[in-house]
Design a protein around this ligand. Structure first.
Ligand SMILES: [Zn+2]
Length: 379
């Protein structure tokens, strides 16, 4: 007996499929996969709503007890159609056990990029004191939570590192070498200089806030990629959007895409304040900005599913394939003129928007978004 059958879901290529779920995994997918099958629960999308692998937001802040960047995982996640959140450094070694315990009780899947500062972000300047980087406690946190800590995070901007310049990143790279985990680096204001940061990064490292409009932007004054960024990308360094309240510029993103530089991962940098007051609101809203800039639906969905899963090594996530975790996002692409603001006050208008309708986590948790009532799905 199957646990769940999703009938008549529409893929991005407009193919209509049924999906069968057993023991939290996808066991069949195809145009008539549900034929003659029974399940404890059936959801019929009637060929009208899209279904993709569950969306992954690879840069969020969802530690509810953070004094600055706090949010509830299910409000930033499943209620926004996002089945997996990756918290980007809200928590360091000091609080990782507590964060892990909290996330076991929520519906949304949560992973952590462990802050190299042991306190995480309890103040804005967590790397201004090098004593904050304690190798032994970081290693213990990684060893204690092998399926939860999927990488490490270093915020490399002036307000965070104080007088320490590039030194915290040198230390982070040395520690990363031992763990083999991906390293996400935040860029923004200088010092440290972007060239010094980029030159230290190696294949698989992630630059977040890649389209920020601050001094450490990836473009030079002529709108070309800075040479250090060109070299980093050639080595296999990854670009992540990490929109946030201050870190996304339409002008930078549009020019980057004009010269052929696209994000690998689209993430929101969501937390309670920018979720409620904007300019983030949700991962879907950030995805809509890329739709408005001419990125294709398939490219956008890839950035929040398989690419995010591959680049952060999230096992079982990101693909609508047999054997993968039964995480799904059901959504619509609604024709509606939508005002979109970046973090610099620039405004664009989109003709269509992503509307998440339902998130399904592990084939069991079925979570409606606030738009669900507009759609006549029998849940
Ligand atoms: Zn962040």
């Amino acid at each position: 007996m199957n646990d769940l059958i999703i009938k008549q879901g529409k893929l991005i290529n407009d193919q209509i499929v049924d999906i069968l779920v057993r023991d939290s995994k996808i066991v069949a997918i195809g145009s008539d996969a549900a034929k003659g099958q029974q399940a404890t629960k059936t959801i019929d999308l009637k060929g009208e709503l899209y279904i993709s692998a569950g969306w992954i937001d690879a840069h969020t802040h969802c530690y509810p007890e953070s004094p600055i960047y706090f949010d509830e995982p299910d409000l930033a996640g499943a209620s926004c159609g996002v089945t997996t959140l990756v918290d980007a450094g809200s928590v360091g070694a000091d609080d990782i056990d507590h964060f892990f315990a909290i996330t076991r009780k929520v519906k949304t899947n949560v992973y952590s990029l462990l802050n190299i500062a042991k306190t995480g972000i309890i103040a804005q300047n967590e790397l201004a004191d090098m004593q904050q980087i304690d190798e032994a406690s970081l290693q213990k946190a990684i060893d204690d939570h092998p399926d939860f800590v999927v990488g490490i995070k270093a915020r490399m901007s002036k307000s965070v590192v104080g007088e320490n310049g590039i030194t915290p990143l040198v230390k982070a790279k040395a520690m990363q070498k031992k763990s083999g985990l991906p390293l996400m680096v935040h860029i923004g204001n200088n010092p440290p200089n972007l060239d010094d940061i980029a030159d230290l990064l190696t294949k698989g490292d992630i630059i977040t806030h890649c389209f920020n409009g601050k001094p450490n932007r990836i473009l030079d004054d002529n709108g070309n990629l800075k040479p250090s960024i060109q070299r980093a990308l050639a080595r296999g360094v990854i670009l992540d959007v990490g929109h946030g309240g201050e870190s996304f510029s339409f002008k930078v993103a549009e020019q980057a895409m004009r010269i052929g530089t696209y994000p690998d991962i689209i993430s929101s940098d969501i937390y309670h304040k920018n979720r409620i007051n904007g300019p983030v609101y949700s991962l879907a809203f950030v995805m809509t900005k890329f739709l408005c800039m001419g990125f294709s639906i398939q490219q956008i969905i890839d950035c929040v599913t398989k690419k995010a899963a591959d680049l952060l090594h999230l096992q079982g996530k990101g693909y609508l394939d047999i054997g993968m975790d039964a995480d799904f996002t059901i959504f619509d692409l609604k024709e509606e003129r939508t005002q979109l603001s970046d973090a610099e006050g620039e405004v664009r208008y989109g003709s269509h928007k992503f509307v998440p309708v339902v998130a399904i986590v592990g084939g069991k948790e079925i979570i409606s978004t606030e738009s669900e009532s507009e759609y006549a799905i029998d849940l």
